[in-house]
Design a protein around this ligand. Structure first.
Ligand code: ADP
Length: 195
C-alpha cells in the first residue's frame, strides 16, 4: 500500500499531477477542496459552511475538515492507497492524519512538495478563474489571501514532514511543464517499486 501526500501552495499543480498519477496507479485521489466543492454543489449543510470560508480564501475549520477526511477514508476501505491533495493544511490536520492512518494500520509513505513562486501562483489561479467558475480564483485579493494562509499555516508542514519522514520527503520544482514534473514524480514513485 502506498499513501502519498501531494503538498504545495494553491495553484502549484497538485490536482493536475494527482490526476496523472491516478492514470498509472490504482490509488484513490482525495482532494478535500473537491469534496467541499461537491458539497457546495449539492447544497448540503457542510457545503454551506465550507463555502463561507472558501469564498474568502480562508481555511475551513480543522475539525470539520478532519471529520470529512475521516469519512472519505472510511468510504474506500479496500483501496491500494491514497493520494492526499490539499490535506493536511495545518499541523493539527497532519497529526490527525497520522492518527487516522494508524487506526487502520496505514502510514504516509511519502510527501512530495511542489515549489512555485508567488507571482506564478497568482498568475495561474487568476487564469484558472477565467473558466473554473471558482469564486476563490477570481479576485486577486482572495488569491493572495490563500497564498498568505499557506505561508502562515501550511508551509510549516514542510519542516514537519522533512524531519518526520527524512528520506521520504521530496521537494520538486513545480514551475516547469506539466510533463516534466510528472516525469520527476514517476521517478520518485518508481523508487517505491510502484510502476
Ligand atoms: P487550492 O489548492 O487551489 O487552494 P483546493 O481545492 O485544494 O484549492 O482548496 C480550496 C479551498 O478549500 C481552500 O482555500 C480552503 O478554503 C478549503 N480547503 C481545502 N482543503 C482544506 C483543508 N485541508 N483544510 C481547510 N480548508 C481546506
Amino acid at each position: 500500500m502506498i499513501n502519498l501526500v501531494l503538498f504545495g501552495p494553491p495553484g502549484s499543480g497538485k490536482g493536475t499531477q494527482a490526476k496523472l498519477i491516478v492514470n498509472y496507479h490504482e490509488l484513490i485521489h482525495i482532494s478535500t477542496g473537491d469534496v467541499f466543492r461537491k458539497n457546495i454543489q449539492d447544497n448540503t449543510s457542510l457545503g454551506k459552511l465550507a463555502r463561507s470560508y472558501m469564498d474568502k480564501g480562508q481555511l475551513v475549520p480543522d475539525q470539520v475538515t478532519i471529520d470529512l477526511l475521516s469519512s472519505e477514508l472510511d468510504s474506500y476501505s479496500d483501496s491500494k492507497g491514497f493520494i492526499f491533495d490539499g490535506f493536511p493544511r495545518t499541523i493539527l490536520q497532519a497529526k490527525n492524519l497520522d492518527i487516522l492512518m494508524n487506526n487502520q494500520n496505514m502510514h504516509i509513505s511519502m510527501v512530495i512538495s511542489l515549489e512555485v513562486s508567488e507571482n506564478e501562483l497568482v498568475k495561474r489561479l487568476l487564469n484558472r478563474g477565467l473558466d473554473s467558475g471558482r469564486a476563490d480564483d477570481q479576485d486577486e485579493s482572495i488569491v493572495r489571501n490563500r497564498i498568505q494562509v499557506y505561508e502562515n499555516q501550511t508551509s510549516v508542514l514542510k519542516k514537519y514532514y522533512s524531519e518526520k519522514l527524512e528520506n521520504a520527503f521530496f521537494s520538486i520544482n513545480g514551475e516547469r511543464d506539466v510533463d516534466d514534473i510528472f516525469s520527476d514524480l514517476k521517478k520518485i514513485l518508481l523508487k517505491y517499486k510502484i510502476d
